[in-house]
Design a binder for this molecule. Sequence first.
Ligand code: WTA
Length: 640
Amino acid sequence: MTNKITSLADYLQKYKESVADPEGFWANIAESHYWRKKWDQVLDWRFEGKDAPHVKWFINGKLNITENIFERNMFMRKDQVALIWEPNDPKEKEVRLTYGELFDKVKQFANGLLKIGVKKGDRVAIYLPMIPELPVAMLACARIGAIHSIVFAGFSASSLADRIIDASSNVVITTDGAYRGAKSIPLKSVVDEALKTCPTVKNTIVFKHTGEEINFDARHDIWWHDLIKGVSTENTAEEMDAEDILFILYTSGSTGKPKGVVHTIGGYMVFAEYTFKNVFQYDDGDIFWCTADIGWVTGHTYIVYGPLLTGATSVMFEGVPTWPDAGRFWDVVDKYKVSQFYTAPTAIRALVGHGDEWVTKHDLSSIKVLGTVGEPINEEAWRWYHDIVGKGTRPIVDTWWQTETGGIMITPLAGIIPTKPSYATLPLPGIQPILVDQEGNELKGNSVQGILCIKFPWPGMIRTTYGDHKRCYETYFSLYKGLYLTGDGAKRDEEGYYRISGRIDDVINVSGHRIGTAEVEDAINQHPRVNESAVVGYPHPIKGSGIYAYVICDELSDEERDGIEDQIRETVSKYIGPIAKPDLIQIVSGLPKTRSGKIMRRILRKIGEGDATNLGDTSTLLDPGIVEEIISGAKVEVKR
Ligand code: WTA
């Protein structure tokens, strides 16, 4: 396979070249793709100044990403399996789709979308569980030049509505229901609820999955099977510009509502394929399994686009790691002889607790590479993964990246860059990280700790936040001029290896999902008896960080007090989704505020960490006594 790094010396050489001549480096990689018309210029960029950030790759290049997945691979791979779908229920049969079969499904559904009037540039909201129709729907959008906006199917009606409204989507694609372990979730009714506030939506396409009863309104609801009935599988891809939008994916930040991260076609395509084949060292014939949900960026890039562009076989899994039992992951690895297995530290920590026998009783000899993503992996979990799952011999790639980066940025290359527990190690070729101090001064040399920024554009980077370009600048480029701000802290050790320490802003990484504290507070405050709240992260043995909410309520009767915590959790679930439910709720009479009314989260964070020995200066607080009250009533044990 072309563009594959083969040794440490090769990596070091490529890295050097990529910094000396980034345009030449990426142009050379992009040459292996199929362009209807080649670009005139590789890169134009500024992180400061007029319309910043202004980042354009492969300018005036014309292409369609699905031609790079299908037409480009068809000659060799028509009968090779592209997707293996493992259903929630292990008793049900899996689905295997070859490149040829997947292509036909994509073209047919693309024609179905055209039939109901979906056009190039339209935003299509996709609210689907992990079933093969999800990649089919995404790729059908890309085929006709529509922009997909996938919303994780665990989000609530209100979160779905926010995303539909922000992108002014005109079509929503969903199912009747979704399975999750032993439970089933009525997705269509969530969509119905959301659409009460979404006037732009003309049609809802419903795939029949669970067969449950739904509310079907023939004026705008269309069954998926009716849409494609008798529809041709012939379709010519729409010609797109390299900088046309491929997708929008919403993500939480420290302030306000989630923002729509925008990725464009050419650069994302080149970056997804390059990172996939190099990080995981994918070889022809390997079976790749990323356990993420396609509703998050990891699933976009490493279940769908990266593997399929490469011509790989990609596994997608509908279920959960602990159902019907804690051996499910390893069952699936064994069943399909998975070669590369990519998951989140939170899943590893959850499985550690169930005991080694769930792993050791399966044959995992097919595994060549293990990967993690989404949050820092603690050394204990890393060792278990390495020793028990990887039999002490398989390399672990601890991959650091973000929704905004489009693909993996800092990581070992499997079997090439020596690993070290909890270290994401070195940047990929083409990626130029730097660490800065609070004032933005570059921390040069090794053995330093600071804020992680990136100083040069890469093809997969965010172009804008949908509908609000200024917000993109404010969020990522305004704090340290000329740098992309990641929001993460990191250390560079004596060998130049990076270790990511976690978020430095008000984003909590709960089980690898980004949750903005402001969003959770807004949701809690919707409860009629709540006056004010403050939310922080605290160390959680499985989730990495849990959510700790300090809440001020109206005067409550004893009876009301009993039920209030559950009600608050339900409120959050309703406004955001179950993933954002606070783990700990403490009802307080006040919050530690400065005289100017600012909540001192630092103090609340310290209390959540169980350490009140060094709270710093509390003399500027309006009411210093409140700290004592909070410590005595804390939901965790606090050292004084
Ligand atoms: C965190 C997920 C430590 C980090 C791809 C980042 C990590 C946020 C790692 C992005 C890692 C991701 N080690 N932390 N290997 N990977 N993170 O947008 O805080 O859902 O900023 O993208 O996850 O989360 P997002």
